[in-house]
Design a protein around this ligand. Structure first.
Ligand code: ATP
Ligand code: MG
Length: 357
């Protein structure tokens, strides 16, 4: 019997549709090689473009399709200079995260070639860890707080709850267990200063007891920023608060070639959205020079997450095809010093995919 996977495809804004179209092309390359699996690709229009067309950046029917889907593949949404009439940023990616309760941002960071890292003396395989970012609360909880202009001050709340902390810590330990890594989870916090983080640490330690096969450690976020640069090979899985995760994931992307190399999966209990960690990059949109690797790696994460033997085989083939292409440092897009277009580097990956499937 054929298993059909309903995959909602949201190109979005800026370079979003450019990179997303290329991942869809790879899914269509993969499809005929799979036994008993069918991709039902369901594209929807979202983002600033859709807001300008219909008045809604994330139409209800699209939200419902995401909720009913097996997974969502997203390019990028938002454009910095288009805002709602009240001046608020149009950020449907945050709305989607909140409304679908996507509590865990899973961001694998992997170095494919020594030429791609600014770190001296590190080669492929030395940087290979996963950052798990709590995505529903923390310092983003208070993002809508209104500044009191009379009082000449402004405050944002940092919120840590048991429910959110427990599920994201569990996701981190499960990720460590599934990986072929060091079987270690590092909690990145600031428990020496913030009482909310003392509580986060307390919940982390409780969850750690359920995973005796996985080593658990605590690192202050400032020290973690240093260690990520000085000895990235020590990390396996990191779990952290929303804002710390936001900042550290850009730092981590910088270790392996930049935003174009950083995939992500936003995981919830009812839905999962796979997208590159970067935004819509309007400065390079429409020029066919965007790096699609983060998008393709996110697609591989999605295939693995669908958790069917055939989609897992496809995920391995896609990851291997990407590694094959990147093992030659001349095969790069402009952001990484190369000359290949978005389509040309995908052509190379598609060639290798046919070989590995
Ligand atoms: P967000 O607010 O969504 O995080 P941002 O303002 O941080 O977005 P990004 O769109 O993530 O900005 O990217 C910052 C810059 O990095 C872009 O303007 C672009 O020059 C570069 N960049 C990002 N992604 C890519 C990519 N896939 N290929 C090439 N360059 C990229
Ligand atoms: Mg950013």
């Amino acid at each position: 019997m054929t298993q059909s996977f309903h995959l909602v495809v949201l190109g979005g804004d800026g370079i979003g549709p450019e990179v997303c179209d290329q991942s869809v092309r790879l899914l269509k390359t993969i499809q005929p090689h799979l036994d008993g699996v069918e991709f039902n690709l369901d594209p929807h229009s979202v983002g600033v473009g859709e807001y300008q067309r219909s008045g809604e950046a994330l139409p209800q029917s699209t939200f419902d399709a995401c909720l009913a889907s097996d997974a969502v593949l997203l390019g990028a949404m938002g454009l910095p200079n288009v805002r709602y009439p009240n001046g608020k940023e149009i950020a449907p990616q945050l709305d989607l995260r909140e409304r679908l309760q996507l509590y865990g941002g899973v961001r694998p960071i992997r170095l494919f070639h020594e030429d791609d890292t600014p770190l001296k003396g590190h080669g492929a395989g030395d940087v290979d860890f996963v950052l798990v970012r709590e995505s529903t609360e923390g310092l983003f909880y208070g993002r809508d707080a209104v500044a009191d202009l009379e009082a000449d001050e402004a405050t944002n709340l940092l919120r840590i709850t048991r429910t959110a902390s427990e599920r994201v810590c569990r996701l981190a330990f499960e990720t460590a267990r599934r990986r072929d890594g060091k079987k270690k989870v590092s909690l990145i916090d600031k428990a020496n200063v913030l009482s909310s983080m003392v509580y986060f640490r307390h919940v982390f330690d409780e969850v750690a007891k359920d995973f005796p096969d996985i080593e658990a450690e605590h690192i202050y976020v400032d020290a973690a920023a240093l260690f990520l640069v000085r000895r990235p090979q020590d990390f396996d899985v990191l779990v952290t608060e929303n804002m710390f995760g936001d900042i550290l994931s850009d730092l981590a992307a910088g270790l392996v070639g930049g935003m174009g190399m950083a995939p992500s999966g936003d995981i919830g209990d009812k839905a999962a959205v796979f997208q590159p960690s970067h935004g819509s990059a309007p400065d390079i949109a429409g020029q066919s020079i965007a790096n699609p690797i983060a998008m393709h790696l996110s697609t591989a994460m999605m295939l693995e997450w669908l958790d069917h033997p055939e989609t897992r085989r496809a995920a391995n083939a896609l990851n291997t095809a990407i590694a094959d292409v990147l093992s030659d440092p001349t095969q790069r897009t402009a952001d990484m010093g190369g000359k290949l277009s978005t389509v040309a580097i995908t052509d190379q990956i598609a060639d290798r995919l046919n070989y590995h499937l």
